[in-house]
Design a binder for this molecule. Structure first.
Ligand code: GDP
Length: 412
């Protein structure tokens, strides 16, 4: 029935409440569910001298067990130790890969210390690039090994950065997000620590070293920029403070609580890393550092987005140009090889001819000698025969003539 007037119609409208969300407002939920199903992964690189507290800090952060043997200071070169942990926190799986330097700063020639770190970072980018360039690529289930953050552990000297620190940081800052940390911060007083932090930041700026820029749209991240480098303390020990057991380091003068914000910046680091910036660090790795590697690498291979006169070049054109260039190069090399081969054959022919002539000369010489020998021998024989004839003649002349009973002289 069609209602006669509008008022009666309004009264008839029923208000229904929806049982669940629908429409595109569910999109974020779908993404969260998909990500949880897939699991999360994160790769950390720890660079710092032997015994500076790298393993202890990672263990404190993630409740892992990174350390298996005592650190040695006697490695002839810097190496990298890779460990992967499958972690679970309230049903959220995290595949954490920790790469740690071994023997860093222990060699006399410190120049070579940063190279293995640079090589490792590039090698992970290269693996990703190779996967990306495959025709049948599977980036969705690719085990990404690119480093998302580098914790650079600074010795708590209280003065300034070492030349090794500057050298390494300068060489890795375009390859990875660096978060500088003052290790074993419990060895410095609060005022020394503040001065040390300012000195380090001044040095980093004056050397043009880029560290990870925390996003300014997040309040806690923006605040921390003024507190860098974060001063951290690591410990796996549980210490009793009042009635509570806390993570800390026990000293005769008191307990340093790792998770107390007035004692050190550990909690800040943990919150910044795990609660707010893990995704941004992954994002920066892909959009900034990997992109830079990819661009340089492809340019070195001869690819370019623009050709002559700044005109865009299609991939097809570029491929054709490269193919022609390659073919021309192959032809040039083939010609060169042919030429070289002919040259070698000619040289060999000449040496064979020389050897043949030498042999011929030798043969002729021997033949001549032999003929001379024959002639000489024949001459001697002739002389001997004459001597024999003379001898018989003389004997016949000296013997009295007799009637021979039986003479049988044989003459040759
Ligand atoms: P790595 O070689 O850099 O991995 O160093 P480790 O984590 O194995 O630490 C070496 C030693 O330093 C161990 O005896 C740790 O207990 C100690 N250590 C680690 N972190 C701290 C810290 O924050 N403060 C102090 N005082 N000692 C620490």
């Amino acid at each position: 029935e069609i209602p006669s007037n509008e008022d009666t119609h309004k009264e008839d409208i029923r208000c229904l409440t929806t049982l669940s969300h629908f429409g595109f407002e569910c999109f974020p939920t779908q993404m969260v569910n998909k990500s949880i199903r897939k699991g999360f992964s994160f790769n950390i690189l720890c660079v710092g001298e032997t015994g500076i507290g790298k393993s202890t800090l990672i263990n404190t952060l993630f409740n892992t067990n990174m350390k298996e043997s005592k650190s040695s200071h006697f490695y002839s070169k810097v190496g990298l130790k890779v460990r992967t942990f499958e972690l679970l926190e309230t049903n959220i799986p995290l595949k954490l890969t920790v790469v740690k330097t071994v023997g860093y700063g222990d060699q006399i020639n410190k120049e070579a210390s940063y190279q293995p770190v640079v090589d490792y970072l590039d090698a992970q980018f290269e693996l990703y690039l190779q996967e990306e360039l495959k025709i049948k690529r599977s980036l969705s289930d690719y085990q990404d090994s690119r480093i998302h953050v580098c914790f650079y552990f600074i010795s708590p000297t209280g003065h300034s950065l070492k030349s090794l620190d500057l050298l390494t940081l300068k060489n890795i800052d375009r390859r990875v997000n660096i978060i500088p940390l003052i290790a074993k911060a419990d060895s410095l007083s609060k005022s020394d620590l503040q001065r040390f932090k300012s000195n380090i930041m001044r040095e980093l700026t004056s050397h043009g070293i880029q560290i990870y820029q925390f996003p300014i749209d997040d309040e806690s991240s923006a605040q921390v920029s003024g507190q860098l480098p974060l001063a951290v303390v690591g410990s796996m020990e549980e210490v009793k403070v009042g009635k509570r057991m806390v993570r800390g380091r026990h000293y005769p003068w008191g307990v340093l609580q790792v998770e107390n914000e007035s004692h050190c910046d550990f909690v800040k680091l943990r919150d910044l890393l795990l609660s707010t910036n893990m995704e941004d660090l992954k994002d920066q790795t892909h959009t900034q550092h990997y992109e830079c590697y990819r661009r340089n690498r492809l340019q070195k291979l001869g690819f370019n987005d623009t050709g002559r006169n700044n005109q865009p070049v299609s991939f097809q054109e570029m491929y054709e140009a490269k193919r022609k260039e390659f073919q021309a190069q192959c032809q040039r090399e083939e010609e060169e090889l042919k030429h070289m081969f002919m040259q070698r054959v000619k040289e060999k022919e000449l040496t064979f001819k020389d050897a043949e002539k030498e042999l011929q000369d030798k043969f002729e010489h021997l033949k001549r000698i032999q003929q001379e020998e024959i002639l000489k021998l024949e001459e001697e024989r002739r002389k001997l025969e004459e001597q024999i004839i003379d001898f018989y003649r003389m004997r016949a002349a000296s013997d009295p003539p007799q009637t021979p009973a039986c003479t049988n002289v044989k003459k040759d």
